[in-house]
Design a protein around this ligand. Structure first.
Ligand code: URA
Length: 440
């Protein structure tokens, strides 16, 4: 293979064949050429884009660079959900046991938080004893017995993505729809589910700030997923304010699992409930377990209110070594106390949240990473009490900083206060679900 010629073809807007893309990715993983050539190729893709055929080929080559899990022997239909990442997004913690309680098998591979977005793995590690590193056999057993399991994505899953992402990160080529598509789908396909629901977040706390761009990403994700024989759905959801109240780790896990307790759905944050039901219902529908979305939502709510989803939660967490205390208000989690309030600086309507800044402000209390190797204080976090459109009075607490370090909590509170806009007008309140694919 001549890498320079592959760079030249892309640089001039030509189309690479599947064979050429396979050779490129195989060469990368075999260290057959230097990273700077790959970086040059990525930049030419950034400028010239990729056709659907090239995007599909790139995804396949990245997928085949590692291990592919196979769940064909499971009776239950396998299903997964991927979120493009946001602030306060703890949906996976509710959705996995809910889907399990609806008869699906959910083998989830999750990642850690980075920058302003949180990661499901960090939230799970806030549970004493929870083991995110299961062997393949143990992972399979937990999914088979309990209906769901959530583990860390090991180095064997799409390793080419790790190499490429590290290069994209330092060459200004992250924001490129075909590259994002191949990155997300190579990992999701490797986990082996029959159907995949994408929660495509849009807004100032999300990767995609613009709905039109999000639609193009969604089209590509669906196209690639279907090319590899998966059933796909996309929910475009608002990320212009944190999801639910809790933003952090242990506090998010507490919010998620408390909501699942029988009788607690009505008291849980309603945006979290609505989005969880929507996404889980799409999984149920794709798995052929209901005739339409309305019926799927009814199944999900029945699984929730009957307490079956909470039973699945306790069984799944215990099977991964986690120790929850279901009768205690804190479920046995180490959640730092609410130490410092964030008070409204004036009276008026909450008209905007700088959601990304809220996620980043957690860095002050040890709750956000700057690099992948940073350690976190999983007990710290922020509880955001207000939502867009709320009428607030000066001095009213809009949020609480959970921390054991008062100075750090004050710094965090100052940043969060500056991230909330209070106005004379409420402005439009965004819809939580902006659109779905396929349409309702
Ligand atoms: N998430 C991924 O996994 N990859 C990207 O490129 C962007 C978001």
């Amino acid at each position: 293979m001549n890498v320079v010629s592959l760079i030249e073809i892309k640089k001039r807007g030509g189309e690479l064949s599947t064979v050429q893309i396979d050779e490129l990715i195989a060469g990368l993983t075999a260290d057959a050429f230097p990273d700077y050539q790959m970086a040059a190729w990525l930049m030419s893709v950034w400028f010239q884009g990729m056709t659907d055929a090239e995007t599909t080929a790139l995804t396949g080559a990245m997928l085949r660079s590692g291990q592919e899990l196979d769940w064909a022997d499971l009776e239950a239909p396998t299903a997964d959900k991927h979120s493009t990442g946001g602030v306060g997004d703890k949906v996976s913690l509710l959705l996995a046991p809910l889907a399990a309680a609806c008869g699906l098998a959910v083998p989830m591979l999750s990642g850690r938080g980075l920058g302003h977005t949180g990661g499901t793995l960090d939230k799970l590690e806030a549970i004493p004893g929870y083991d995110i590193h299961l062997s393949n056999d143990a992972f399979r057993r937990v999914v088979d017995d309990q209906g769901c399991a959530i583990v860390g994505q090991g180095p064997d899953i799409a390793p080419a993505d790790g190499r490429i992402y590290a290069l994209r990160d330092v060459t200004g080529t992250v924001d490129c729809i075909p590259l994002i598509t191949a990155s997300i789908m190579s990992k999701k396909l490797a986990a082996g589910p029959r159907s995949i629901v994408i929660d495509l977040k849009v807004g100032n706390g999300a990767f995609m700030t613009d709905l039109e761009q999000a639609r193009e990403l969604a089209r590509r994700l669906v196209m690639v997923g279907e090319a590899y024989g998966r059933r796909m759905a996309v929910v475009f959801s608002d990320m212009s304010q944190p999801l639910g109240v809790a933003v952090g780790h242990a506090n998010e896990t507490l919010e998620a699992f408390t909501a699942l307790k029988p009788g607690c759905r009505a008291a849980a944050p309603q945006d979290l409930v609505a989005l969880t039901v929507e996404l889980t219902a799409h999984m149920v529908l794709l798995a052929g377990r209901s005739k339409d979305l309305v019926a799927a939502k009814a199944l999900v709510i029945e699984a929730w209110d009957s307490g079956r989803a909470f039973e699945h939660t306790l069984a799944w967490v215990a099977a991964q070594g986690g120790r929850l205390a279901p009768d205690r208000d804190d479920l046995g989690l180490d959640v730092a106390p609410r130490l410092v309030p964030v008070e409204a600086v004036r009276s008026g309507y909450i008209s905007d949240f700088a959601s990304r800044e809220i996620g980043l402000a957690l860095g002050e209390i040890g709750g956000a990473r700057r690099t992948v190797t940073d350690a976190l204080d999983l007990s710290s976090g922020v509880d955001v009490l207000a939502v867009r459109g709320d009428l607030v009075a000066v001095g009213q607490p809009l949020a609480w900083i959970r921390s054991r370090d008062r100075d750090a909590a004050r710094r965090c509170a100052d940043r969060i206060a500056a991230a909330v806009t209070i106005d004379d007008d409420a402005g439009p309140t965004p819809e939580l679900v902006l659109d779905t694919l396929p349409g309702a």
